[in-house]
Write a protein that binds this ligand. Structure first.
Ligand SMILES: [Zn+2]
Length: 62
């Protein structure tokens, strides 16, 4: 057998260790160009612009 913990981790210690593991929801802001919700500090997925500049190619499926 390899290395095995000598004692059970108590509920308190386990919770203490996991206190920083919670996930946070992504920050959503309105796109200044198309006003759709987009992630802050990311290029807009809908119109492909960042800081007023076209940075992504948007293909229209029509
Ligand atoms: Zn946009």
């Amino acid at each position: 057998m390899g290395a095995v913990p000598k004692r059970k981790i108590s509920r308190h210690r386990r919770g203490n260790r996991r206190q920083h593991l919670a996930l946070t929801a992504p920050v959503l802001v309105k796109c200044p160009r198309c006003s759709k919700p987009m992630r802050a500090h990311y290029a807009c997925k809908a119109c492909g612009t960042y800081k007023g500049r076209q940075v992504l190619k948007i293909s229209q499926p029509e």
